[in-house]
Design a protein around this ligand. Structure first.
Ligand SMILES: *Cc1c(COP(=O)(O)O)cnc(C)c1O
Length: 227
């Protein structure tokens, strides 16, 4: 890692922060109320460090195994860092996930909810959980179907999980607005205050539609499709 890319991460992070402030202002929302999760998947610790030095505290990873390889050390050296799992979680990785992550955005089935409840209890961890909604009802995508969201939330309620909100990844080929609006409707209806939505290309739209937690990767760390 050279100095150039170090500076680049810092510069891009500054640009994203400025864009968030603008979007908050445009939406008539108080400044600093949207939580930026810097998605560092595929990037090594050397790319993450400049973001940490620039005061970034929340990071996202989509694979437990990859996160285990770089985050225990980074967390130990940087107090107050919060790590979010934004990719699918297999129940056999739940123990590791509960140990390492502070937020899990991909709760999407009863079995996983049960296993997480057991692990969180056993490890006495404070973790913020989001239920992932498959707003586009895409067969290849995980998440609870919108029409099953109310029932799912009702079914998992007895587990006593700390469900703070809903998360979605809109279909790539569609206007994300309708998906963000749908997520907000479902969250409001179920008394949930947090919305994990918005990525590099659409976080401003997401903020306009009520996002509280945005997940931004390439706009900060650069393109992931390196050879
Ligand atoms: C990779 C990823 C992101 C970040 O995507 P960018 O387009 O790089 O900002 C956000 N959310 C999820 C679930 C992801 O897997």
């Amino acid at each position: 890692m050279d100095k150039t890319s170090n500076t680049q991460v810092k510069t891009r992070l500054g640009e994203v922060r400025a864009a968030i402030l603008n979007a908050e202002r445009a939406a008539g929302r108080p400044a600093g109320t949207v939580n930026l999760i810097a998605v560092s998947k595929t990037f090594p610790a050397t790319d993450i460090e400049p973001a940490l030095h620039a005061g970034q505290h929340h990071f996202g990873e989509n694979r437990v195994q990859e996160a285990l390889g770089k985050w225990p050390d980074l967390k130990a050296g940087n107090q107050g860092v919060k790590l979010h799992l934004i990719g699918p979680l297999q129940t056999n990785k739940a123990r590791d996930a509960v140990r390492l992550f502070d937020g899990i955005h991909t709760v999407d089935r009863m079995k996983l909810a049960r296993v997480l409840a057991g692990e969180i209890e056993r490890q006495q961890r404070q973790i913020e959980l989001f239920v992932q909604i498959n707003t586009g009802a895409e067969p290849q995508k995980s998440g609870v179907l919108p029409k099953e969201a109310d029932a799912f939330l009702r079914d998992i309620a007895p587990l006593g999980l700390n469900i703070v909100g809903l998360m979605c990844i809109p279909p790539m080929d569609q206007d994300p607005s309708t998906h963000f609006a749908l997520l907000k409707t479902l969250a409001d209806r179920n008394g949930l205050s947090r919305l994990s939505m918005g990525m590099s290309h659409d976080f401003e739209t997401a903020i306009a539609l009520g996002a509280t937690d945005i997940r931004v990767g390439s706009a900060i760390f650069g393109s992931r499709d390196k050879p």
